[in-house]
Write a protein that binds this ligand. Sequence first.
Ligand code: MN
Length: 265
Amino acid sequence: MKILVTNDDGVAAPGLRALVEELKKLGKVVVVVPDREQSGVGTSVTLHHPLRVREVVPISDGIPTHIVEGTPSDSVIIALGMVLGEKVDLVVSGINEGSNLGNDVIISGTVAAAFQGYFHGISSMALSVASFHDLNFEVASGLALAFARQFKEGALPHKLLLNINLPNLPLKDIEGIEITRLGERSTTDAVRNGAISKGFDGKRDYYWIRHGAPEWVGGEGTDIWALKQNRISVTPLHSDLTDSEHCAVLQDMSSSLFDSLKTTG
Ligand code: MN
């Protein structure tokens, strides 16, 4: 089994090492990652300047390690297109420092990297631990290995994307695994929580969007709810963002909208 491991926290992230140490027990692991932290860049792809890629000292014995001067999505695209000669069976992204829940999956570089694998028809996983301090990667890396085994044995459907979030707890304090749907977190958290600060750099004013205390919204069965219950959240994702519920009302309106273009034009 050939596994591409990537992340958005960059090559120096301890969560990356923890993941690689586990996954190499199962198959051939290759690491292709951004050369520095790229949290929050979402699905961004670099189109306006060339990308340098360098093979560096393996982060673990025998594990080819490449760094990309770009985003997590760039890393996966370069890995699949240029670095890896053979077919990749699984893409694993993480282990991220901090959760990627609810609306945050849209801005998450960790989840975006997994999406790139999925877009290329490869089963992919994103793993995140819900803390910025004293992180425990042991359970997350163990779970990554357990899921990778299921993929290897063909026990899971082809082309699956899993967004996995874990409470930052030792296994004995975790209540179980919950299969969840995405909850919500307002994208305007920083606006409502006053988490934008203004400063002066000596010449000009600047603004800084900070991590605020997010107002999590998530009923039973959501990823946010699962974490609050000290459970591991596993959310299968797909890329269809269509709001099917509102297609009918828009369809009803479409003829008159088109007619109005003719009269106002
Ligand atoms: Mn990150």
